[in-house]
Write a protein that binds this ligand. Structure first.
Ligand code: NAP
Length: 282
């Protein structure tokens, strides 16, 4: 990978850029100014969700950019309250309408469980996935996947469904790398994507990362994003300023050595959001 426009191939052959722009809390307000800036900064891959409440602003910014829809890669997600066959089909059509488009590049089930301890998750996930499979076969979405699914949640889909998830989007950054889930997905040809690839900036103050950044002559943010890239994980950095947006794309001019990769992958837990699909009664 040599630039944000270089792509991986998903397990259904669709090409997906190796870095996307995260939009959670990125387009607050009416005008979507941050998204416009991100487009100017060169981003074409936008990760959103109905839950973020910003699909309209993103749709508007894209429409006003005068750049062809096919140049963009647009992901949205079905929220916990939108699970189930009928609900997801409706939620998907509403996302399309808000994003001012007639297809999505990728659509994900946001979480495997609608609430902690939900016992009927297996059946609900299968029904939800059936809706995604249909949308995929109807050509309304180019690829379908999941988010925050642990291996046994994915096994449930693989055993009971026809279309394999192309992507699993999980929290992933130095200090919280979810090795079991990453290994499972990579062994099953499911592309892993990193949400909070900089740990919502919490890990950027970790001394081990700061020292490493000094040695490579880059920033702590660039160390985190490069780490994801070298793990074949797609980072989705969110930023509000042009300077940081550009900095977060500038990760192709250096390579982390093997020892540093191990150090980043084994550092004590840091920056974990506290979010887990099942709190197991906590
Ligand atoms: N699937 C899910 O359940 C899920 C959950 C959470 C997030 N996501 C997705 O993942 C995306 C990214 O995650 P995130 O927004 O939680 O966290 P993140 O991208 O790890 O961190 C964003 C924070 O880092 C700061 N930052 C960005 N670039 C920086 C740089 N170069 N130097 C210093 N600080 C920098 C940003 O500040 P400024 O904004 O001030 O620049 C912001 O405070 C989200 O936007 C969303 O699209 C998905």
């Amino acid at each position: 990978m040599n630039s944000i426009y270089d792509c991986y191939e998903l397990n259904n052959g669709v090409r997906i850029p190796c870095i996307g722009f995260g939009t959670y809390r990125a387009a607050d307000g009416e005008d979507g100014a941050v998204v416009k800036t991100a487009i100017e900064a060169g981003y074409r891959y936008f990760d959103t969700a109905s839950f973020y409440g910003n699909e309209r602003q993103i749709g508007k910014a894209i429409a006003m950019s005068q750049i062809a829809r096919e140049e963009y890669f647009l992901t949205s997600k079905a929220w916990k309250t939108e699970m189930g066959y009928e609900n997801i089909r409706n939620a998907f059509m509403e996302s399309l309408e808000r994003l001012e488009t007639d297809y999505l590049d990728l659509y994900l089930i946001h979480w495997p469980l609608p609430e902690d301890g939900f016992a009927e998750w297996r059946q609900l996930d299968i029904e939800s996935w059936r809706a995604l499979e249909e949308l995929y076969h109807e050509g309304k979405v180019r690829a379908v996947g999941v988010s925050n699914f642990l291996p046994y949640h994915i096994e449930n889909l693989l055993k009971n469904c026809e279309v394999k998830p192309a992507v699993n989007q999980i929290e992933f950054h130095p200090g919280y790398t979810q090795e079991v889930t990453v290994r499972y997905c990579q062994e099953h040809d499911i592309l892993v994507q990193a949400w909070s690839p900089m740990g919502r900036s919490k890990v950027l103050e970790e001394p081990v990362i700061l020292k490493m950044a000094g040695r490579y002559g880059v920033t702590a943010a660039q160390i985190c994003l490069r780490y994801a890239l070298q793990r074949r994980v797609v980072p989705l950095p969110k930023s509000s300023t042009m300077e940081r947006m550009k900095q977060n794309q500038d990760i192709f001019g250096f390579e982390l050595g093997e020892e540093d990769m191990y150090i980043l992958g084994t550092m004590p837990q840091a920056g974990w959001s506290g979010q887990h699909p099942e709190k197991f009664g906590r």
